[in-house]
Ligand binder design. Sequence first.
Ligand SMILES: Cc1ncc(COP(=O)(O)O)c(C=O)c1O
Length: 378
Amino acid sequence: MFFVHPQIKFNIENLKLVFYSFLKSPDLETLNKKLSFYFPDKTLVFTDMGRSAFRLIIERFNLQNSQIILPAYICDIFFPIFKQYNISPIFLDIEKDTFNLNSNLLLDKINPEVKSILVSHTYGLPLDIKKIKEIAGKEVLVIEDCAHSFGAKINEAFVGNFGDAALFSLYKSFPSLRGGMAVLPKNEESSLPKTNFNFRDFISLLNSCSSFAYFFKKYGNEISPKFLRKEKLDNPSQLNRVSLNLFLNFFNGFEKNLDNRIQLALLFKEELRKLGFKVQDSRNNVFTYLSALVPESINRDQLVKKLRKYNVFCTRIWHTPIILNPKVQKEYNLNLAEFPNTINATKRIINFPLQNFYTEKDIRKMVSALDKSMHDMV
Ligand SMILES: Cc1ncc(COP(=O)(O)O)c(C=O)c1O
């Protein structure tokens, strides 16, 4: 039981898919055709990472030197981008049950300097942005952060179609090693610099195979994720050929896999609830990260350690969201008392591994490990 990012199940068919990804030129026509079902009236731009897609959106809509409203509960990859483009963030607390931005807090924060709102569908649970659009008004650009929510729908339309622009992080839903996607209005032109498959991608590829991933986690002292995080590109760039091929190859069967994933997540959630966890709402959730809050009486970090003994490797996204970055606190003079739900989530959040190819038996094994670990702790 390892990790949260998609892994490649070891079989001949998948090995072939990986192998051919190194040889072929991506069939962009097929890819765009498939994606036009998800995003019928949009231009899609494939970028090296989701953050690159966000940079592209900033540049396209001239958001430099403005204010942006966003959830306090989000990763701090946005901080250097805000600095780069001189954007001032206004953070909003989240709702307890959804872990998504609390739109009731929005009205008080809107002012003429605010040019955009970043709305995240956190962990795969879509946030209906109709209300946000109404409060924000036509002048304010709504950007959907769909990093966790590929394939999630609201009323039969896929997320990414509701805002003025959207960004995706492909490697969170597909074993593409990296990759972002910007969703822009129809008929947009963009020419980004090319990138190549590099050593970091090679390590990522190993990390997508459960035996290597196990080795990295168990013996690498978390070297690999730290190493992977090191790379930073300051300008939006294209997705490399190999990752684009992997995305296209593993796109087949996506919906069937997603159905399986959702069924397993619902089963797991029910078990978590019985053990006293506070689970995220389910409605339309695609569970890219199966997330819950540990019971108040349990020390989350100890639980994560205990679970590793049973080879269940959980993550804590986000135990350190952007508002807990000391540099962010200093730069924007934050008052943490304004974000009680976010702070509570940082202390209790745990994300369980869930792969599309898991079976009910895998979930039962994890639940049993969880039960034993919690028992050991009392
Ligand atoms: C909510 C959210 N938005 C955006 C990103 C950025 O995506 P990427 O890692 O592809 O740059 C991440 C992940 O880091 C994320 O969790």
